[in-house]
Design a protein around this ligand. Structure first.
Ligand SMILES: [Zn+2]
Length: 253
């Protein structure tokens, strides 16, 4: 029992917070001299002030973060999030910390479990003569911002039009380190286009990706409302990945 460690009786002279059961044993055994007790007060006050200052600092730091995580929309984007947190049909996703990612191809990174499964999948495909190419993997929110806003401006698209083919920054599965864009090495023209679903690589993925815990995120007519992306697959083979993609999975059931 926990209370067995607490002395059954305390000297009756103890007052105030010194009578609390959770007072550390070390402090209870301090000599009760007036000088030492006089010192404790300023120390406690200083500690309280420091704690308050730290809490204030943390709140200030969290303010912009909270705005980013629970956006009412995004600056430069005339759209609002829906009650389930989606912006232009895309769910919000956090950015994987760079230290948690591993290189899976030159310049391309993924979470380790997603990387391992992808490499195994590419080997299995190659053994059957299929050239499964990794075109894109982890993308930082900053990079997603450039892709979304630069291309939107370049193509003179509305946010809605742009969101049909690219997620707004902070709302891309790529920022989790669990999503990939795949192509067929023998058919570069089909890369990142609907025509990819007529390639041997796509046919192979439809038949085997499941075995490696990769799922097509946006099949044709998906209930999330994102346009068909035969090239975009997400890894769902770990608890963290399942947790991140749960809202999207629920919607697709
Ligand atoms: Zn993608």
């Amino acid at each position: 029992m926990l209370r067995a460690c607490v002395p059954p009786r305390r000297p009756p002279r103890l007052k105030g917070n010194e009578q609390r059961d959770d007072l550390p044993v070390a402090r209870r055994s301090l000599p009760q001299g007036g000088g030492r007790r006089g010192l404790l007060k300023p120390v406690a006050t200083t500690t309280a002030v420091l704690l308050l200052l730290t809490a204030g600092g943390v709140l200030l730091f969290l303010q912009p973060l909270r705005r980013q995580l629970a956006p009412q929309g995004l600056p430069g984007l005339e759209a609002r999030t829906s009650p389930d947190g989606r912006l232009l049909a895309h769910f919000p996703y956090p950015e994987a910390a760079s230290g948690t990612l591993v290189a899976v191809a030159p310049g391309l990174k993924l979470k380790p479990e997603a990387a391992e499964a992808l490499l195994a999948m590419q080997r299995a495909a190659a053994a059957e003569g299929v050239d499964l190419r990794l075109l894109s993997a982890f993308r930082s929110i900053e990079l997603q911002k450039r892709i979304f806003f630069d291309v939107k401006a370049e193509r003179n698209q509305s946010a809605q039009e742009r969101a049909q083919v690219s997620a707004p920054p902070g709302f891309s599965e790529h920022s989790t380190g669990y999503a990939v864009d795949l192509g067929d090495g023998t058919s570069p023209k089909s890369h990142l286009g609907e025509g990819f679903d007529r390639t041997p690589a796509f046919r192979w993925l439809k038949a085997h990706a499941n075995r490696f815990h990769y799922q097509l995120s946006f099949p044709r007519g998906n209930s999330q409302g994102v346009s068909y992306e035969p090239w975009h697959w997400r890894y769902e083979g770990s608890l963290e990945a399942l947790r991140l993609f749960e809202p999207a999975r629920q919607l697709s059931r």
